[in-house]
Structure formats: structure tokens, C-alpha cells
Design a protein around this ligand. Sequence first.
Ligand SMILES: NC(=O)c1ccc[n+]([C@@H]2O[C@H](COP(=O)([O-])OP(=O)(O)OC[C@H]3O[C@@H](n4cnc5c(N)ncnc54)[C@H](O)[C@@H]3O)[C@@H](O)[C@H]2O)c1
Length: 268
Amino acid sequence: MFNVKDRVVVITGGYGVLGASMARCLSELGAHVVIVGRKAEKGEALVTELSALGAEALFCKADVLDREALIAAKEAIIGKWGRIDVLINAAGGNMPGATIMPDKNIFDLDIDAYRTVLDLNLVGTVIPTLVFGEVMAKNGKGSIINISSMSSQQMITRVCGYSSAKAAIDNFTKWCAMEMAKKFGEGLRVNAIAPGFFITEQNRTLMTNPDGSHSDRAKDVIRNTPFGRLGEADELHGAVVFYASDASKFVTGTVLPIDGGFSIFSGV
Ligand SMILES: NC(=O)c1ccc[n+]([C@@H]2O[C@H](COP(=O)([O-])OP(=O)(O)OC[C@H]3O[C@@H](n4cnc5c(N)ncnc54)[C@H](O)[C@@H]3O)[C@@H](O)[C@H]2O)c1
């Protein structure tokens, strides 16, 4: 039921902390993993590591906002395997410019930075969905997994642009799930996971002090998490395998929190 062996799984932002962890898990389970990213050196290094785990892996150099580069990636994948079974839209993240720091307020918002963070997190999910999802639509089968965030449902201070983008990801996930199923049948599914708080490259300066200890913000998060801790990347694996496999074959349009209870806690 949870079998992902021989599935062709494309992961954008695949050498990021969460994407790479998912890639390792899926490779160990026998999936063919395609890493899509901007830096060949990082991508090729991960592909070498993944290939040693068993299944074949491939790196395709592309920015998620560059449709032509994504089309070239799609052609390389089709040339090798003839299909795409799963797309994980893991490229994304917060950007300091689109963040309102405590000594500033909404009227200080840098609109260019706001647009940039919307582009990366929202448009950078939509374009890969169009390019790789079309292959799935032609085959009548495929699972798309988007990455939402705690900031889409509850208001989290500072992260203005990122929150707008991730709220739009929830909406796009549901809209696309409806559209795909109605136009291409139940083999096409679109879901999202909403991770709680995990220390990765995109949030390291918000969540840690220069000496690596937890920032006051990280301590606030932990206080508001019933499990009393941050998440570990491998705690996303179960949900990813669920969505990537036939275990979830009647599931579409969902957004699954993986957050140690953060999203259901009032804080009192
Ligand atoms: N870390 C968390 O606590 C957390 C929580 C909720 C959601 N998320 C989401 O998880 C996803 C993965 O992020 P992460 O936490 O592993 O951070 P990360 O910074 O380690 O990984 C993000 C990856 O995206 C890549 N990327 C950025 N812009 C790109 C572009 N234009 N084209 C291609 N690749 C690009 C980066 O190079 C990096 O490899 C993001 O969507 C992030 O918003 C993270």
C-alpha cells in the first residue's frame, strides 16, 4: 500500500534541508529521485549520495521560476524514464527583506521583497506544477505534494510576505486538486503538508542565535508547541510516503499539519 519503489519523484529545492531528507528516504525505499535546483555542485553531490542508496537519481539544473529550464528538465526525465509519478514542490522559504522586524511595522514593508517571496513560494510552485503536472495529466496518474506552513492558518509575527504566499499555497492546492480530478480523473491528486518549525537554511537567522542556541523566537515556538520541541526533518517522511503512494489514493486537496500540535494549541 505504501510502496514507492520505481516511482519517478521530482523534488524542487531537492538539496534543501527538508527536500534532501525526503529525497534520501524515497531513494532508500527504491524511488527514482530527480533533484531540481539552481546549483549543479550541490545537486550532483546529492545525486551521488542517493545513487549509493540503491535507486537511480538525476540532477536537473533549473530555477523554479524559469519555465524553459523546467521544460528542459522535464524532457531529460521523460527521456530517461518516460513518466513522472510524483512532484514535491519543496523549493521555497522566507526572505529577510519581506519580514517586518520588531522595530518596524507594516508601513515599512519592502514591496519588491514582498513580490520576490510571493514569486518564489507561490509562482515557484505553480510553474513546476504546470510543467511536470502536464506529464502526469497525459498519463492519467500522478501525485503532487506542495509545502505549506503554519503561517498560512495562524498569524505569525514578522513573516508578512511568506504568510501571504503559503496561504495562497493552501488555496492553490485545493483548487488544483479539484481541477485535476475533474478534468483528468482520480489518478491525479494534489495535497500539501504543513510543517511546523524545523531549523533549516531559510529560517536559521530567525530561529537561532549566532552561537547556534535557540533564539527568543524559537523559544516562543517551543512554548506554543504541545510537544515542547521543534521538528526533525525525518518526521515529514511518513506523510510524504503516504501522499506519494497508493495509500492515499482517495485523498486529494488536503493540507496536513506536521507540527507537534502547534496548530491546535491556544497557547493557554
Ligand atoms: N523549515 C521549516 O520550519 C519550514 C516550515 C514550513 C514550511 N517550510 C517549507 O519547506 C520548504 C523547504 O524549505 P527548507 O526549510 O528545507 O529550507 P532550505 O532553505 O534548506 O531549502 C529550500 C531550498 O529551495 C531552494 N530554492 C530557493 N529558491 C529557489 C529557486 N528559485 N529555484 C530553485 N530552488 C530554489 C534553495 O536553494 C534550497 O535548496 C520551503 O517551501 C519552506 O518554505 C519549511
